[in-house]
Design a binder for this molecule. Structure first.
Ligand code: SF4
Length: 259
């Protein structure tokens, strides 16, 4: 199968389905994956198959590499719509995440003030005050919540440490609308043959109630787009995604769909 290990600390720009022309900021090592989840659908592959041996980029390395790339984009194009923290794992786990956010916002303001700063996060570190406060500063604080079913989270997202769903959902509420919930819907089977369909009302309706209690500015729903480490996963259909989006919008929350 093909997996994507991104360059570090800067990659792209890439044209993102959800974000437009996106310059990626990868706070993980360049040679592997580091994540507090180990999702069956992760495009970077499973954690155990891509262990990192190099260090994470330092705050200084991130700022220097980003400034060089932004200068080049200013001279040669294209202009980024968004600077996106993503890559081979969970960006908020970087020990200097908060300071790096400050640096990136300053560089954005200097070179491309119209560009947005987005963070794609699995939300596992939002109970850390420095991470929470840093995410308040970015334009798009995009937090993963694929379900509120703990069994499903353990089967599909596979957190590799302590995971307190109630505490994380409460912190999502504490953003007071300054967050976007991103949810991947899919079908198929796990490695050991368990059903991973989260498109039915058994999963969607409890998730929707929690999403409404969080009151995000937006919900982004999507499905798998590339080969996945677990080959028995399947895409959710257009009709299934459209149905879920309509349920979200009926509750007054804007919802985008990527098929
Ligand atoms: S949270 Fe994202 S990076 Fe981490 S395992 Fe899941 S899909 Fe991969």
């Amino acid at each position: 199968m093909s997996t994507v290990i991104y360059a570090s600390p800067i990659f792209g720009p890439v044209h993102s389905r959800r974000l437009g022309v996106s310059l990626g900021i990868n706070l993980m090592p360049a040679d592997g994956k580091v994540c507090s989840f180990d999702c069956l659908y992760c495009e970077c592959g499973l954690n155990a198959r891509y262990p990192a041996h190099l260090k994470r980029p330092s705050r200084q390395e991130v700022a220097q590499a980003l400034e060089e790339r932004l200068k080049d984009m200013q001279a040669n194009g294209p202009s980024p719509d968004v600077l996106t923290f993503a890559g081979n794992g969970e960006p908020t786990a970087h020990p200097d995440f908060a300071a790096i956010i400050d640096d990136v916002i300053a560089l954005r303001n200097r070179y491309f003030p119209a560009a947005q700063v987005s963070v794609l996060s699995n939300a596992t570190f939002i109970t850390r005050p420095a991470v929470f406060d840093a995410l308040l500063k970015v334009d798009n604080n995009i937090l993963k919540l694929d379900t509120v079913n703990l069994g499903y989270i353990r089967l599909v997202n596979r957190p590799n440490g302590h995971y307190d769903l109630d505490a994380l959902v409460q912190k999502m509420r504490d953003f007071n609308g300054h967050c976007i919930i991103q949810t991947l819907f899919m079908k198929g089977r796990s490695f050991d043959g368990q059903d991973v369909d989260n498109t039915s009302d058994d999963y969607v309706l409890p998730w929707l109630d929690v999403v409404c209690s969080i009151a995000p500015s937006k919900v982004m729903i999507y499905t798998i787009d590339r080969e996945t480490p677990c080959p028995s996963l399947q895409k959710a259909t257009h009709a299934e995604l459209d149905r879920i989006a309509a349920l979200v919008e009926a509750r007054g929350i804007p919802c985008s769909v990527s098929y």
